[in-house]
Design a binder for this molecule. Structure first.
Ligand SMILES: C[S@@+](CC[C@H](N)C(=O)[O-])C[C@H]1O[C@@H](n2cnc3c(N)ncnc32)[C@H](O)[C@@H]1O
Length: 210
């Protein structure tokens, strides 16, 4: 199968949340999306095409909340599940990823679920569009800390996205690099961690300077 055809071979996955079930469309076989470019450029690796346990746990957590028009951004949204849950919980949501394919699938998933979600292709290495709209009330990220580069970029970026009243929620399946990130983030944030089965959700609040 060519990678292009794999984009159209889709399946629906039902995800039960506090506010009812969400139907998430995803490629049936994410490995079929690999092509030669993908091996040469990490941004083309199809990690976006799977529904990772961290995304499900974060969406479940969010769907128990009432977001009251909170200005919310999701980083590395993949198929968009936490963004959809945040929009349905009342947030004003911008879903972002560096993969245009992820953003297209997130838009399709939002339309199908009746959620209003803005979308943007954005790389953490070039975050001007995110910084221009900061500070955010709520920043979401699920399973983002799997490369050293990601740790460096998010250590630099996250404190610039919120002010003293903003909240960052990072869901992670216990990756070693998440530990490294948390050690580095401890100087800038107060961090509270809760367990959700095999996934941890880290809640970060910016510490006041001085
Ligand atoms: C392991 S996947 C998790 C996807 C989704 N959050 C979930 O939990 O199902 C990591 C996501 O981060 C995105 N990503 C990786 N590096 C990125 C970067 N530098 N800028 C923006 N997005 C990035 C990938 O495209 C992918 O969608």
């Amino acid at each position: 199968m060519r990678a292009g055809e794999a984009h159209e071979d889709l399946v629906d996955e039902m995800v039960p949340l506090a506010r009812g079930e969400l139907r998430i469309l995803r490629p049936r076989d994410s490995e079929a999306l690999l092509d030669e470019d993908a091996f040469e450029h990490e941004e083309f690796l199809p990690y976006w095409a799977e529904l990772w346990p961290s995304g499900v746990a974060l969406a479940r957590d969010i769907s128990n909340r009432s977001l009251r028009a909170a200005r919310t951004v999701e980083l590395g949204c993949g198929l968009g599940l936490p963004s959809l849950a945040a929009a349905l919980a009342g947030g004003r949501v911008l879903a972002t990823d560096w993969s245009p394919d992820a953003i297209e699938m997130t838009q399709r998933n939002a339309t199908r679920s009746g959620a209003t979600v803005d979308t943007l292709v954005c790389d953490w290495a070039r975050p001007d569009a995110l910084l221009a709209r900061a500070p955010w009330d709520l920043v979401l990220g699920a399973d983002l800390l799997y490369e050293h580069r990601n740790v460096d970029q998010l250590t630099d970026l996250l404190p610039r996205l919120v002010d003293g009243s903003g909240e960052i929620l990072l869901a992670d399946p216990g990756r070693v690099l998440a530990e490294e990130f948390l050690e580095r983030a401890a100087g800038r944030f107060s961090i509270r961690t809760t367990g959700h089965g095999q996934v941890m959700i880290h809640r970060l609040l910016l510490l006041r300077e001085g």
